[in-house]
Design a binder for this molecule. Sequence first.
Ligand SMILES: Cc1ncc(COP(=O)(O)O)c(C=O)c1O
Length: 453
Amino acid sequence: MPGDDATGSFGLSDNEKSRLIHRMRRKSSREIHSSYREDFSSLEGDDIPDFSFKDLPGYQDLDIIWRAAGQAGIEYPFFLCHEGIARDTTRINGKTFLNFSTYDYLDLNGSQAVNQAAAQAMQKYGTSASASRLVAGERPVHRELETALANFYGVQDSIVFVSGHATNVWLLCQLFDHHDLVLHDSLIHNSVIMGARFSGAKRMSFAHNNLDHLEEILLHNRRGCKKAVIITEGLFSMDGDIPDLPRLLELKNRYKCLLMVDEAHSLGTLGPTGRGLAEHFGLASDNIDIIMGTLSKTLCACGGFIAGCKELVEYLKYSAPGFVFSVGISPPLAAASLAAINELLNKPYKVTRLQETGRFFLEYARYRGLDTGTSAGAAITPMIVGNSLLAGMISARLVQQCINVLPIVYPAVQENAARLRFFLSAAHNRDQVRQAVDAAAAELVRSREELEL
Ligand SMILES: Cc1ncc(COP(=O)(O)O)c(C=O)c1O
């Protein structure tokens, strides 16, 4: 195990330090582990090395990073245990924290309407759908939720899967193959990348929100592929910025592509009534061929959905492996999401409040000199600090001040884009925003000095 001869700064051996420095300089994992044997073709019998999970290069990376963080006095910031509903404030270890790490954008989780709907569904149907809806049948709440989602976007139908991540994976695997082209924004969510990879389609990424680059790729690669799909997010989960939908529609039409938008973070946050990217631009959502969303954020449950034309939905219902060979969403969760949609429709002022707070957060963070990147000032704003240790240290120190905001470090983002990510909710107020931004700005200066950056 690395570290047996650990000495010197951060308690790391020279070998470990040089690997960490490589990591911090954004070398790829393949480069870092180039000394590891990759060709096993000539090995046989006793020459075949024993396998141990602790020898996995990725595991060793984790070990190095955590020990470096430990030596820098940074406490482990993940898997904090919340003792109640995580809203604008939350209870952790018996203390009340100001909370900027909830996806419950409209502050609906735990609301009476949502809780009651889930409890009634549980009384009536129990907690499980027991098996695949295709073979074992469904409950009324399944179709009610899918109809409500379709109506919400003004499209023909929708299909609900048990996981948001798996929704993207199985959709792409089912719709595209080696004849096809999948083009996605370089900052697209991991679930899209996984689905595109598994599909066997040609996969290319365009620079984040750079539609000139997308057009250049289309110009040289669209021909020769059967179907092509352009995939983007409504509100980007890492940077909090928004793609140019009108131009995407123009490109999609000109190059005969499908357009897919992952609305995981734009549902409830963008557009005057929270209907997402198209509404933000004053357009109809049915301009988008494939609308993907999750139930885990504004809709405060767990699961994912695809909304679009009836042929798309019907095809997926009879073929997508993650639907056909997987259990239906638990009825209480379906009922919770259905109630959350109704709350959103009945209380549009919550969307307005969230948007006002989002704009205020961005303005105030900029005023305090923080690097907020390209954030649009909607529900997500990053504070980019450009170094994973620094991001971890600031987050840990904010935890000491009872402010919960998580660091996003390599490999989730490039090392020079390491950041803290603030999620806002309709429950936050301006005083809470000021308190958090002031504390983060102060810790940025202090931690930079300590790490001599
Ligand atoms: C953009 C995006 N798409 C998909 C997902 C997956 O959704 P879920 O967490 O509901 O599985 C996430 C999760 O955060 C996401 O941010």
